[in-house]
Design a protein. Structure first.
Length: 454
């Protein structure tokens, strides 16, 4: 049995839905189908999820919502029209949206959660109706009915472990099961969404629950690339990579597959395949537990910007018991999560995502570090980019760091920070944001130009 997930661009219009239908019908093992909400049809189009957020916010502000409501309904209606799907589904979608709009708004966050989830929920109904119109036995399955129960964390819900046994029962259902992605239910019965792009997470949870042989994730690219194609033209494709490698790459900006989505599949040892709805014959990329290491030390290079670093220097820091704990406690008090902590004998640097801090918090954090830790020096550096050089093979090969550092030096890039060692599969370089692209290109040339990646 396979769980198949289709992203928003694979469901953006009727032509795309036809491709989805053909892909699902091509293999009888494709039994559980997870769908996103209709995504962008062209680059400056708006995703249905974003339209729903707008609609929800206008409802809360008690403003006129006619335009947003009609735009959303029309997105579904134009797909239905293109594919001759019975009108009744559109009536159902209208009624569903209207009833959410009338819901209790005391808890504005939960209200927006219900709105956001309506995008995938209604799309699953539409897709099921389309399959049925073709004479196929297909059923819309609500996540509650599927057994997807989650924590009470709006916009970042986590699956509850008891869900998996409930989900297993889906195996006994007949026909093709069309499940909306992106949300589950709390024990109290509220709708809660995963983080954005979270339909990938639903697919992975279902694959784990039904003990699928494969989780196929259909998107709009042929494969996971060795580097971001907007930085390097026509980069090489990755055929196979491990969960750990994928996690490191998606952490630093590889948006093809949601980083949280790997965990459920990984725990159940289910391989994940990233494929292209627009080119299903392409082999895609397979994510597995272990892979034959035949392609050199590096599998991919990722980068992400928007980081800052707080440097703390204090003479004899290495001898001061509890220094690190007290530093991290200050960050915790401000609800700040950190990404990396490279350290030396008398210094420690904490790297954080800059969007968590406004000017006021920055000042307050630095003041507390100075006062409570009696640091000799506290400095904050902005606009940092992190470059991750990823590959399980690095563990076994000598000189990878030297090659990377040399490539950066030859490109005239100053390395602000290196973090190697804690992760056995990646090496992190911190550079100035303005050097990010040049750094990625230099590393790509070093590790991939003239190398056959298979
Ligand atoms: N529709 C949701 C989003 O835009 C979830 C998804 O597409 O996976 O984030």
């Amino acid at each position: 049995m396979k769980v198949v997930k289709f992203g928003g661009s694979s469901l953006a219009n009727g032509t795309q839905l036809e491709k989805v239908y053909n892909i699902v019908m091509a293999e009888p093992e494709r039994k559980v189908v997870v769908v996103s909400a209709p995504g962008k049809r062209y680059s400056d189009d708006i995703k249905v999820t974003d339209l729903l957020i707008l609609l929800g916010e206008k409802c809360l502000a008690e403003q006129d919502t006619t335009e947003e409501f009609n735009t959303i309904v029309n997105r579904y209606a134009s797909i239905a029209e293109e594919l001759n799907i019975p009108e009744t589904v559109i009536e159902q979608i209208k009624n569903d949206l209207s009833s959410i709009m009338k819901q209790e708004k005391q808890d504005s966050v939960l209200f927006i959660e219900a709105m956001k989830a309506a995008g995938e929920d209604n799309n699953a109904k539409l897709v099921a109706a389309y399959f049925q119109s073709k004479g196929v036995e297909a059923h819309y399955v609500n996540p509650k009915d599927a057994g997807i129960f989650v924590t009470n964390e709006p916009g970042s819900a986590q699956v509850l472990p008891e869900s998996y046994d409930l989900i297993y029962k889906l195996r006994d259902r007949s026909g093709i099961l069309i499940v909306p992605g992106f949300f589950g239910y709390s024990k109290e019965g509220d709708v809660l969404t995963f983080s954005r792009s979270g339909s990938d997470i639903t697919g992975s949870i279902l694959a784990n629950g039904v003990k699928a042989d494969l989780y196929e994730n259909f998107t709009d690219v042929d494969a996971v690339y060795t580097v971001n194609p907007s930085i390097v033209k026509n980069p090489k494709e990755i055929r196979e990579l491990t969960y750990r490698e994928m996690r490191e790459l998606s952490y630093a900006g590889f948006s093809v597959f949601h980083d949280e989505a790997l965990i459920p599949a990984f725990r159940a040892g289910i391989p994940v395949k990233v494929k292209n709805t627009n080119n299903p014959a392409a082999p895609g990329t397979k994510i597995v537990n272990t892979r034959e290491n035949t392609n050199g030390p590096v599998v991919g290079i990722a980068s992400d910007d928007g980081f800052c670093s707080i440097y703390i220097g204090k003479y004899l820091m290495n001898r001061e018991v509890g220094f690190g704990r007290r530093l991290l406690q200050i960050l915790e008090d401000f609800h700040l999560s950190y990404e990396h902590v490279p350290s030396g004998i008398d210094d420690i640097t904490v790297i954080l995502r800059e969007d968590q801090l406004n000017e006021e918090t920055k000042k307050a954090v630095i003041d507390r570090i100075k006062e409570e830790l009696h640091a000799d020096e506290v400095k904050i550096a902005h606009h940092l980019a992190l470059i991750m050089v990823v590959g399980e093979g690095m563990r076994r090969s000598v000189g990878t760091t030297a090659r990377a550092a040399k490539a950066l030096a030859e490109a005239g890039i100053n390395i602000d920070m290196i973090n190697q060692g804690s992760s056995e599969v990646s090496m992190m370089f911190g550079v100035k944001e303005e050097d990010e692209k040049k750094a990625v290109q230099a590393l790509y040339n070093e590790f991939f130009a003239n190398v056959l990646v298979g």
